[in-house]
Design a protein around this ligand. Structure first.
Ligand code: NDP
Length: 335
């Protein structure tokens, strides 16, 4: 059983040396437990937070513990009445070939809905983040302008397509021409703006002539600074992620912008609301019904970026913070 452990707490950008691969015997399932074979490992930005011991909404991984992560697995042995050998399940079973589980937090995956890898992607945690954050906090109305950052990614691509389905005008922010062309060409976004362009702020302003009614925040940092002057009165801002800031070791230089931001929050009556997808666990059935329906009838597409082999997980994970992934980042661990 190959397992990838947290070897050191990163300072700034994580390094491959912050992880360690060990080999152990394949475990056995005791009474009430299941033995799982990992098939797909999901790599997600939140894992950066778990590598750090800074105060957060979740407890960190300890040094020497297996890295946390969502995975899709096959049940190899079951002493649990709720699961049978051969079932496909999804759960936070970590960066390892095999896992033993007592069933807590495991969800059976219906392979007839879509390829099983989607259980950690468009039909899993990232898709549900997009659905719940956009619809519950963003509440886009037909004709409104919705802007989403990290727009070609696992969460952002679903946000933009749901906003389009709800009748909004959708503008995506992404890094590079290829990702921008994908947004307008394949996902039906009305416009896409490259945040790497030197005149990014001006291009963004030109892409939202009627201002911004909903901004789905995945990035923070310089992207937020370009978005901020464009909010309309009563704009809603679901604060989902701040990936540009996850590797920061201190505050950026420059003036304190909090007082002017607070003045805008007041005068424009902005709603900024942070959320964690688990806040909306009661929406899971509605999410699965709606999003799998949109996939089936061709209204919603998804893209996966697949690396081969568990041993590649550390270096693959680092790609998230360099914008090198194009679509939901996954590792194929076994067939
Ligand atoms: P993505 O598939 O979108 O991959 C991350 C993308 O972020 C990169 O491809 C890159 O896109 C962009 N990015 C990385 N660094 C920077 C930077 N410095 N400046 C600008 N853009 C950058 O990841 P996910 O869809 O899984 O996650 C998106 C966001 O959602 C993250 O912030 C994540 O933490 C958050 N999230 C929050 C959840 C919640 O419950 N609140 C749950 C799940 C995710 P590009 O090349 O286009 O710049």
């Amino acid at each position: 059983n190959r397992r990838i452990l947290l070897a050191a707490r990163p300072v700034g950008e994580p390094q491959e040396a912050d992880f360690r691969l060990v080999e152990e015997a394949v475990p056995t399932a005791g009474p009430g437990h299941l033995l799982l074979r990992t098939l797909w490992l999901s790599l997600d930005p939140y894992m950066r937070g778990r590598m750090s011991d800074a105060k957060s909404y979740a407890t960190p991984v300890e040094i020497g513990q297996v890295m946390v992560g969502g995975a899709v697995s096959r049940v190899l042995a079951s002493n649990h009445p709720g699961f049978a050998v051969g079932d496909i399940v999804e759960g936070r079973t970590g960066w390892q070939d095999y896992a033993v589980s007592d069933g807590t937090g495991l969800r059976k995956v219906d392979p007839s809905l879509a390829p099983i890898s989607t259980a950690v992607g468009v039909l899993g945690m990232p898709g549900m983040t997009a659905y719940t954050g956009l619809l519950t906090i963003g509440q886009p109305k037909p004709g409104e302008t919705v802007v989403v950052s990290a727009a070609s990614g696992a969460v952002g691509s679903v946000v933009g397509q749901i906003a389009r389905i709800k009748g909004a005008r959708v503008v995506g922010i992404a890094g590079g021409d290829r990702k921008c062309a994908y947004l307008t060409g394949e996902l039906g976004f009305d416009a896409a703006v490259d945040h790497q362009a030197s005149d990014f702020a001006a291009r963004l302003a030109a892409a939202v002539p009627d201002g911004i009614d909903v901004y789905f925040e995945n990035v923070g940092g310089a992207v937020f600074e370009a978005v901020r002057p464009l909010f309309n009165p009563f704009a809603r801002i679901p604060v989902c992620g701040l990936i540009a800031q996850y590797n920061a070791t201190g505050l950026p230089p420059g003036p304190n912008l909090v007082p002017s931001l607070m003045r805008e929050v007041l005068s424009k009556r902005l709603t900024l609301r942070g959320f964690i997808v688990s806040d909306f666990a009661d929406q899971q059935a509605a999410f699965l019904r709606d999003v799998s329906g949109w996939i089936r009838d061709g209204q919603l597409r998804y893209r996966e970026d697949v690396a081969e082999g568990l041993e590649t997980a550390p270096k693959t994970f680092l790609r998230l913070f360099r914008g090198e992934n194009f679509g939901k980042l996954l590792v194929r661990v076994a067939e």
